[in-house]
Design a protein around this ligand. Structure first.
Ligand SMILES: Nc1ncnc2c1ncn2[C@@H]1O[C@H](COP(=O)(O)OP(=O)(O)O)[C@@H](O)[C@H]1O
Ligand SMILES: [Mg+2]
Length: 275
């Protein structure tokens, strides 16, 4: 059964050591429904609040509505809701400057990284700040302050030594960390990561998710991440919501995710049954 998020009444220590804050939700979705142009309803009455400092996993089969949720939050899917807001800005009906504001508050991380392959890691990170950079200077260069910030962020994700290397010369795990640095360059209020480790081997997946958890817990920027390997959700996220055919079926603290729930979410898929 779906139940609405219970508001936090006190600061709580999370299973992985982070602190859930009492601050208002950065992302508030209430009774969110998405019906695509062809009449198919991919998300029905979905409710989720995400607060500073937490990393929340979205679980569910392929086709259950995880990407649809993230698209709706960025104003890219036809949605209705009693509330859908990011950092206090209402998404539904937003256009022009309001929609740009919503999108610049969201750092989006994709499965396939979406870097520009022939540009350097540094330039890829710099493109994340384009909305704030203003016009490039006469030589087509980014302002110095932006370059310094981009280098700091590459250092933060452990890739300072790769700054001048082309994106397509980096490993998948490195490319995803560049993509995270690019998202941080936006100074996002929240990060949405849609299957960010689905193309990575397990060791690299861990390094990317541990970076995301650190961003949530240490920088306070909440992360919503869709994952299809439950063990990764258990290890790296604070809380989970499971979707089935567009409806939330289970949710809770990640420590409340039982093997029975996993079987009911995924069936007997061996990848998701605990060894
Ligand atoms: N643009 C679209 N038009 C119609 N149906 C869509 C569209 N995008 C996704 N869907 C459908 O919505 C459902 C949910 O898709 P999606 O959100 O991508 O699921 P997930 O990310 O969990 O795999 C699927 O049945 C998918 O085929
Ligand atoms: Mg998807």
């Amino acid at each position: 059964m779906s139940r609405p998020d219970t508001p936090l009444v006190s600061t709580q220590q999370t299973s992985s050591g982070g602190l859930l804050s009492l601050e208002p939700a950065v992302l508030a979705a209430k009774e969110l429904t998405v019906t695509y142009e062809n009449g198919f309803t991919a998300l029905t009455g979905f409710t989720l609040d995400v607060r500073p400092g937490e990393i929340v996993s979205l679980l569910g089969h392929s086709g259950s509505g995880k990407s649809t949720f993230m698209k709706a939050v960025t104003g890219m899917a036809p949605a209705t809701a009693t509330q859908l807001s990011v950092a206090g800005t209402e998404v539904i009906g937003a256009h022009g400057a309001q929609l740009r504001a919503v999108r610049s508050d969201i750092g989006y991380v994709f499965q396939h990284f979406n870097l520009v392959p022939r540009l350097s890691a540094l330039t890829n990170v710099l493109t994340g700040g384009l909305h704030a950079a203003g016009p490039l200077n006469r030589l087509g260069l980014f302002p110095r302050a932006q370059r310094v910030r981009a280098l700091e962020l590459l250092d933060r994700v452990g890739l300072a030594d790769q700054a001048n290397n082309r994106a397509d010369s980096l490993s998948g795990g490195q490319q995803q960390r560049v993509a995270i640095a690019r998202a941080l360059m936006q100074d996002p209020k929240i990060i949405l990561a849609d299957e960010p480790v689905a193309s990575l081997d397990p060791r690299l997946a861990g390094s990317v998710l541990s970076l995301m958890r650190q961003i949530a817990h240490e920088d306070g920027i909440p992360v919503v991440v869709s994952l299809h390997v439950v063990e990764l959700a258990r290890r790296y996220t604070d809380r989970f919501v499971a979707l089935d055919a567009g409806t939330a079926t289970h949710r809770g603290s990640i420590t409340e995710l039982t093997d029975d729930m996993v079987s009911s979410i995924y069936g007997e898929d061996p990848i998701n049954v605990r060894a």
